[in-house]
Unconditional design. Structure first.
Length: 189
């Protein structure tokens, strides 16, 4: 693939996917539950899972996205996507319409279809690929309990995912200092 074709492919993957030959034409916007990465990067002191959920809801509302939103975030008190999220057969799509997962089981199985690389405004964040999660594959709390004091402290370590990944690292890519900025994944309920 030439450099020009590779660049076109990178741009096109956010709209419709990418093949080895000719990039696919953008398709109609897919329907399903919206999932996005936040446009804002924040420290691990989020005001708990509840504060992170409020941030997701505020950003979604400001962007004109309907519905309720929760942060893909777990703590040591048992809050986690597998315990608290609506699960079902609806696909998960970015605001751009690109499908991230075919349904809940696909989202939680460790591999997603496309990286969650579009924010609530439909933009791709230019910096900081780290996303606070505290969540392992399956939507379960991280084994290491790296949760920035249950997301109420800028001290210690918090588990992050990487918004550029489609394998298990999308949700579990290591840890970072809680005083450093990170984004959130927000999922429509």
């Amino acid at each position: 693939m030439t450099r020009r074709a590779a660049t076109a492919c990178l741009v096109t993957v956010l709209a419709a996917g990418c093949g080895d030959d000719t990039p696919a034409a953008p398709s109609a916007v897919a329907t399903g539950r919206i999932i996005f990465v936040t446009s804002q990067a924040v420290t691990g002191n989020l005001g708990g899972v509840e504060g992170a959920d409020r941030l997701c809801g505020t950003l979604a509302a400001a962007a004109g996205l309907g519905g309720a939103y929760r942060a893909w975030l777990s703590d040591t008190a048992g809050r986690s996507p597998v315990a608290d999220f609506v699960q079902g057969d609806e696909p998960f799509v970015m605001v751009s319409g690109v499908r991230v997962a075919d349904h809940w089981a696909d989202l939680a199985d460790g591999t997603i279809n496309n990286p969650i690389a579009v924010d609530e405004l439909g933009e791709q964040p230019a910096t900081d690929t780290g996303v606070w999660t505290g969540t392992d594959v399956g939507g379960v709390p991280a084994a290491g309990a790296a949760t920035c004091g249950d997301w109420r402290s800028a001290a210690g370590l918090g588990q992050v995912g990487d918004l550029g990944q489609i394998g298990p690292r999308w949700t579990a890519d290591g840890t970072r200092g809680c005083d450093e900025p990170g984004r959130l994944y927000c999922v429509q309920q």
